[in-house]
Structures are given as structure tokens and as C-alpha cells.
Design a binder for this molecule. Structure first.
Ligand code: ADP
Ligand code: ASP
Ligand code: MG
Length: 466
């Protein structure tokens, strides 16, 4: 079998975890599988890089740089010593070289007082750059040949949208050419999260982007299956940190996972299903720390069961925007003006609702995009397109997901009756045309309760449906 395996931040957090990763890979290698591996940064490293780099343009001195470099160096060297003792000198020198390069860039950002999207992408890719050589060396330590390749060299060609780039169709052929010849004799280790533009400029694929790398590469090598190894047994009925009796789902459809990840289920990057779906490749989500658990299988048509609602997501980091103004009634082009200006400023609109009077449009946006959205919409007020724009931070979005909801009458009624009975006030509702998702907005304080009520209402903790 040809497999693409991706290991997330917790799966490579230290030498002990990497030993488990190598156990898994060795087992498949011995069984005759062809395997390519994608790794992300060690848990927390990307956050550290973003935090320090983002503060530099306005910092009064560059004193945050050295302690971070030292901490990252120590962590990676300790991991290397434990995971690949015979390679400490060779890979240690490589890591130190990269850290010198990173330190120089960070000092330059401080001196220039400028962090461009392009330089930010370069900086935040270092987590993967530092970790992948350690995993490659750990494989060689066990006698398995391994080449370490960055995302660009592996063939991932992307749009130039820094921080949120998307793979281009040419990636397939480039990946095929670069990676497939290696699979007969070794396990290549590819740095996740990054690709490059046609001009060779490094880009990143968005937070949690190594899931997306895995799917792009899996499609590129025509893998039989893509395995996403993480720290939970599979995709669960809800974020286990919100619902403690959330249950692992044995099977989901591509569409269901897209809806879940788009609406905030942190377990997968939102665009990571598309490449696998295009090539109809089965995706498994499995636990590195419990590999005998079958995990979740994601295929075109998920397991048929009589469950209408399968899972819930809950996103806190959103804001509601209300656009009001009688000028909007019947006026052609208002919606176009709103969405064009938001798209131009790269604002991610997650939900839209418009009353039939057309005098009001409500939007839910990523909290990080609120400022840009308010400025952009302010321009429309000045131009007389709309009268006023207000916003509310104190909201969260809940999505109810299940392909079986399509054509199942009464699901909406059941959702909102249960919420009403629990005294949860619903501020906005939206249903996508796929009908695999009904999402709604409540105040932040009501969010966890809304999720709990619906998890119980649809008996999601139970193995079989009511
Ligand atoms: P990795 O480092 O392996 O990419 P992440 O931390 O990005 O792992 O994603 C795994 C985490 O996602 C889990 O530990 C869990 O807390 C969280 N999570 C959120 N929603 C879900 C869900 N519906 N099913 C499973 N895990 C979820
Ligand atoms: N290291 C990147 C991040 O933290 C990519 C990933 O983990 O998938 O977002
Ligand atoms: Mg992740």
C-alpha cells in the first residue's frame, strides 16, 4: 500500500514521542508499504515564533529574541539527543545554522521595524525546518533511509497569499516527480505547513497547515490512503475540551469533515479535505499514542446510519457585524459592494444572514479580521451604500453537522426547541445549501451550554442512535 502519513505537533513533541512515530513507520516499512511522511513543528514552537516576530516592529528593544532562540535550541537539541544519538553532531550543526539564520532575520525585523507577510511566513516556517531533520535522523538511526525535504522542494506550488496560501494544480505533477521515485527505497520526511510560489518565494498554508500539506502530497503521490496522526483517537462528536463525553466517530464523509473543520473543529485544517477528495483518497485520523484504535475513516460517502446529526463545533473567536440602512432595500449591488470590499481586504466571512426586508445584513467574521472589516464597511457608509455598521465581540458560533440532515424534516425544529427549552437565546441562524450544516450564533456565555444541550438532545455520546 502507498501511504502518506502526517504527524502533528504533539506527536513529535519530544524524543519519546518521536520514538513512537518511528515505531509506527518502521512497522509499515517492514510490512512493505511505501510511506512518505509529513511533520509539523513541535507543539508550541509556531506560536512562539509568531508571538516574538509580531512584537518586534513595535518593541522597544530586541531582548526577546535571544531567550527564544536559546529555548528553541535547547528543546530541539534535547529531542535530537534522545531520538537520534548517532546524528547529534551532523544534525545539531544543521539546527544551529538554521537558528543563526533565524536570529539574523529577527534582528533585521527589529531594525527595519517591519514584519511583512512574506518575512512573517519565512519566520514561522522555522518550526518545521528545525524538526523535520530530527525525524529523518531518527529513522536513519533505526536503519531506515530517509531524505528530508522542504515543502517547496517536495513540489507544493501555491498562490502568493502569504499566511493562507492554496495549492495550485501544477503541484500534483511536481510532487509525483520529486517524491514517488524515493518511495521504493526510503521514507522521505517532508516539512509540513509550507510551499512556494511560482517565483520560489516561501508561503505558508494557514495555521494547522500540515494537514493540508498531507492531503496535497497524498494526492500528488496518488496515495492509497492518507493518515493524519494526532493526539486523540479520531474525529469526535465535539471538541473533547468542551464536551468531556464526546465520542470518536468511526466514519465521516468528506463533506461532513469539511463542514466541521470550516466551522472550527481544530482537529483538521479547513482546506485539507479538498485534495484527497479530488483524487478520492481515503483519509484516516488516528492517535499516535493509541495506534491500535481504528480511528476515524473519511470517505466520499460516510457510513450510512440513521443518525441525522453527527457532530457539533463551537468557535469562540468570531465577531458579529450588523449592517443596517434603508438605502439597501431593493438597491441592486449593495450585497456585491459589501462582499467585494470584504474580499479585497481578505476578511473571512463565515456566516451571512439577510432579512427579507433587505434592510439588514448580518455577518459573522473571524475575530482577527474584525478591524479590517469595520474599516472596509466604514467606507461604504461614507459612500452612502449603507447607513450604519455595528459589531459585537461577545458572540460565538455553533455548527450542527450531519449529511443526513439533508431532506430530514424537523431537525431545525428540534435544534431550536431544545435551545429554547434551555433558555439559550439564538441571535442569528444560517443553513448552507449542502444542508449538511446548520449554524447559529449565541452570546459567548451561552456557547458551552448550547453545545451541551444539543449533544444530549441528539444522544451524541451514545454508540447507536436513539
Ligand atoms: P496536531 O498537533 O496533531 O495537528 P491539533 O492540536 O491541531 O493536533 O488537533 C488535535 C486536537 O483537536 C485534539 O487534541 C482536540 O483537543 C482538538 N479537537 C477539537 N475539536 C475536535 C473534534 N471534533 N474531534 C477531535 N479533536 C478535536
Ligand atoms: N506548525 C503549524 C502550526 O502550528 C502547522 C501545523 O501544526 O500543522 O500552525
Ligand atoms: Mg493540527
Amino acid at each position: 500500500m502507498r501511504l502518506l502519513m502526517k504527524f502533528g505537533g504533539t506527536s513529535v513533541a519530544d524524543a519519546h514521542c518521536i520514538a513512537r512515530v518511528v515505531d509506527i513507520l518502521e512497522q509499515h516499512h517492514k510490512a512493505g508499504d511505501e510511506v512518505a511522511v509529513v511533520v509539523s513543528a513541535q507543539r508550541g514552537v509556531t506560536d512562539q515564533l509568531i508571538e516574538v516576530a509580531s512584537a518586534l516592529p513595535t518593541a522597544k528593544d530586541p531582548s526577546a529574541i535571544r531567550p527564544m532562540i536559546q529555548a528553541i535550541s535547547k528543546r530541539h537539541m534535547t529531542t535530537l539527543e534522545g531520538a537520534a544519538p548517532d546524528y547529534v553532531a551532523e544534525i545539531g550543526a544543521e539546527i544551529e545554522d538554521r537558528l543563526v539564520n533565524l536570529e539574523n532575520i529577527l534582528f533585521a525585523i527589529f531594525s527595519l521595524r517591519e514584519l511583512t507577510p512574506r518575512s512573517k511566513d519565512y519566520v514561522i516556517s522555522f518550526g518545521e525546518r528545525l524538526l523535520a531533520p530530527i525525524v529523518g535522523a531518527a529513522l536513519r538511526q533505526r536503519g531506515i533511509a530517509s531524505t528530508v525535504i522542504d515543502g517547496c522542494e517536495a513540489g507544493i506550488l501555491t498562490t502568493p497569499q502569504h499566511g493562507e496560501s492554496t495549492s495550485l494544480p501544477e503541484s500534483d505533477e511536481r510532487i509525483q516527480r520529486r517524491i514517488v521515485p524515493l518511495l521504493k527505497k526510503e521514507i522521505p520526511v517532508i516539512m509540513g505547513f509550507m510551499g512556494c510560489t511560482r517565483d520560489g518565494i516561501l508561503t505558508t498554508l494557514g495555521r494547522s497547515g500540515s494537514d493540508y500539506s498531507a492531503s496535497i502530497l497524498g494526492a500528488g503521490i496518488d496515495a492509497d490512503e492518507i493518515w493524519i496522526w494526532t493526539d486523540v483517537d479520531g474525529i469526535m462528536t465535539c471538541d473533547p475540551r468542551v464536551i468531556n463525553d464526546a465520542r470518536v466517530m468511526p466514519s465521516l464523509s468528506y463533506l461532513e469533515v469539511m463542514e466541521l473543520s470550516y466551522f472550527g473543529a481544530k482537529v483538521m485544517h479547513p482546506r485539507s479535505i479538498e485534495p484527497a477528495m479530488r483524487k478520492n483518497i481515503l483519509v484516516r485520523v488516528k492517535n499516535t499514542f493509541n495506534p491500535s484504535h481504528p480511528g476515524t475513516v473519511i470517505v466520499r460517502n460516510g457510513q450510512r446510519d440513521n443518525r441525522v446529526v453527527k457532530a457539533l463545533t463551537y468557535i469562540e473567536k468570531v465577531a458579529a457585524i450588523n449592517i443596517n440602512g434603508a438605502q439597501m432595500i431593493g438597491r441592486l449591488g449593495v450585497a456585491k459592494a459589501i462582499f467585494t470590499i470584504l474580499a479585497d481586504r481578505e476578511v473571512n466571512v463565515m456566516m451571512i444572514s439577510q432579512g427579507s426586508s433587505e434592510a439588514n445584513i448580518s455577518l459573522i467574521v473571524d475575530e482577527n479580521h474584525l478591524q479590517a472589516a469595520i474599516i472596509a464597511l466604514g467606507d461604504l457608509v461614507k459612500q452612502g451604500f449603507v447607513r450604519e455598521v455595528s459589531h459585537n465581540h461577545d458572540v460565538c458560533a455553533v455548527a450542527v453537522v450531519g449529511a443526513g440532515m439533508a431532506g430530514a424534516p424537523g431537525t431545525c425544529g428540534r435544534i431550536f426547541s431544545a435551545l429554547g427549552a434551555a433558555d439559550v437565546n439564538v441571535m442569528m441562524i444560517s443553513q448552507g445549501s449542502s444542508e449538511a450544516n446548520i449554524s447559529f450564533v449565541v452570546s459567548q456565555s451561552d456557547g458551552p451550554r448550547a453545545v451541551r444541550v444539543l449533544h444530549d438532545e441528539f444522544h451524541l455520546s451514545e454508540e447507536s442512535d436513539e
